[in-house]
Design a protein around this ligand. Structure first.
Ligand SMILES: Nc1nc2c(c(=O)[nH]1)N[C@H]1C(S)=C(S)[C@@H](COP(=O)(O)O)O[C@H]1N2
Ligand SMILES: [Mo]
Length: 202
């Protein structure tokens, strides 16, 4: 029916093609979401460690991680609670740089991202390599606020935002998948927003 097709055509044209299915554009709003109490982690005691199935376990202090080659992500983030944000910039270091220093063993297939608070989230190793993941300390040109995970958080922007562990303390490389905090509580093991992998079974 011509009228129906015209209506659908118009609504499709208005929908931002960068918006995954079931998401809306939060625009100026950046919601704060986390399960635990907001921790205060001073940069003088902040560390980041790559451990597990690696040739060398490596830890960086705040100053040491800032001495690594900088890397920026510019683009969108997508929360499973249906908000997305476009044109964000995050500055930090690529997870590739961190993994290269530790040397993942050939048996490593997955990582568990761990926070200073005990929060965990699991990821296939290939979702944090080849320029897809960062440890970041600046958002839109300003230091990441404590509520958004400062002093530093993981950023895995091609997956739902619960994979981007706030107050991140490290990555543990594993030879199997293991569920993290939200995954045990019903969220999907991978969380691809373009496939709407919101919950276990999606
Ligand atoms: N440590 C920690 N990191 C976390 C979470 C959490 O509960 N604890 N929640 C995740 C979820 S569900 C989302 S949507 C984002 C929210 O990040 P924001 O508060 O900066 O928007 O953080 C993710 N990282
Ligand atoms: Mo979330």
């Amino acid at each position: 029916m011509a009228t129906t097709r015209g209506f659908l055509g118009r609504s499709r044209a208005q929908r931002d093609p960068r918006l995954p299915p079931g998401q809306y554009d939060a625009r100026d709003d950046w919601p704060v979401l986390h399960a635990e109490a907001t921790p205060r982690i001073g940069t003088e005691r902040w560390t980041f460690t790559v451990e597990g199935l690696v040739e060398n376990e490596v830890s960086w202090t705040w100053d040491e991680i800032h001495a690594l080659p900088p890397s920026r992500y510019a683009g969108a983030i997508h929360c499973v609670t249906t908000w997305s944000k476009f044109d964000m910039t995050f500055d930090g270091v690529s997870v590739d740089t961190l993994l290269a220093a530790a040397g993942p063993l050939p048996t490593a297939t997955h990582v568990m991202a761990v926070s200073h608070t005990g929060y965990t989230t699991n990821l296939p190793l290939e979702d944090v390599t080849d320029g897809k993941a960062w440890v970041v300390w600046d958002a839109d040109g300003a230091p990441l606020t404590t509520e958004h995970g400062g002093p530093a958080r993981l950023l895995v922007p091609h997956l739902y935002f619960w994979k981007s562990a706030k107050w991140v303390s490290g990555l543990r490389l594993m030879d199997h998948d293991e569920q993290g905090f939200w995954e045990r509580n019903g969220y999907h093991d991978r969380g691809d927003p373009w496939q709407e992998q919101r919950y276990q079974g999606d």
